[in-house]
Design a protein. Structure first.
Length: 195
């Protein structure tokens, strides 16, 4: 299925803008110590899932995103392989590559070298702008994750969105045909499984 680069739903655009502003205001109000403490709490909430996983997919956070790194450290300590998205082309979906994110990729995020092993995570921690209680994820709007989550899901990967508690909304995020509902959402406040 072809996933457009930008959502066509006006409601989704407005919701993304509002959720980004809300997230940014929340993060700006945190001092570095409080932010670090919340990210450690997130790692504790995720510990039961990451400790049982063989291969965990994560990401390098953008400034307003919660960092999965403390949770990935827990997974690594339990013996899991850690993988990050890596792009070989701007026109191809990313692949999860095992290894440290040490190089600046095509989209100015750190990723493992393209020579690192391609792996298939059994658990992926996904960044998001917002998520509803049906598991509908609102991402940054470029469709990078939309292009890979359906294949991950078909291969049995557990998909857990992670973010600040304020990113779980009570309303409904309009779902497009290519949207794959996530299995759960984790924040420093807890882990909520949707299915």
């Amino acid at each position: 299925m072809v996933v457009p680069s930008h959502p066509t739903t006006g409601d989704k655009l407005a919701l993304r803008r509002q959720a980004r502003q809300h997230r940014q205001a929340f993060v700006e109000a945190l001092d570095p110590e409080a932010k670090s403490l919340l990210e450690q709490q997130l790692a504790e909430r995720l510990k039961p899932l990451v400790s049982q996983s063989r291969i965990v997919g994560g990401y390098c956070p953008m400034p307003a995103e919660i960092s999965p790194i403390p949770a990935l450290d827990v997974a690594k300590a339990a013996g899991a392989v850690i993988a990050y998205p890596a792009f070989s082309s701007r026109h191809e979906p990313f692949r999860f590559l095992a290894g440290e994110p040490s190089l600046s990729g095509l989209w100015a995020t750190l990723e493992p070298p393209l020579t690192a092993p391609h792996v298939f995570p059994d658990l992926v921690l996904l960044p998001l702008v917002a998520i509803d209680r049906r598991g509908t994820r609102l991402g940054q709007g470029k469709g990078h994750y939309d292009r890979v989550v359906a294949d991950l899901k078909r291969n049995g990967t557990m998909l857990i969105g992670i973010g600040w508690a304020i990113q779980l909304i009570d309303g409904i995020i309009p779902a497009d045909p290519w949207d794959v509902p996530l299995d759960g959402f984790a924040s420093p406040d807890g882990l909520e499984m949707f299915r």
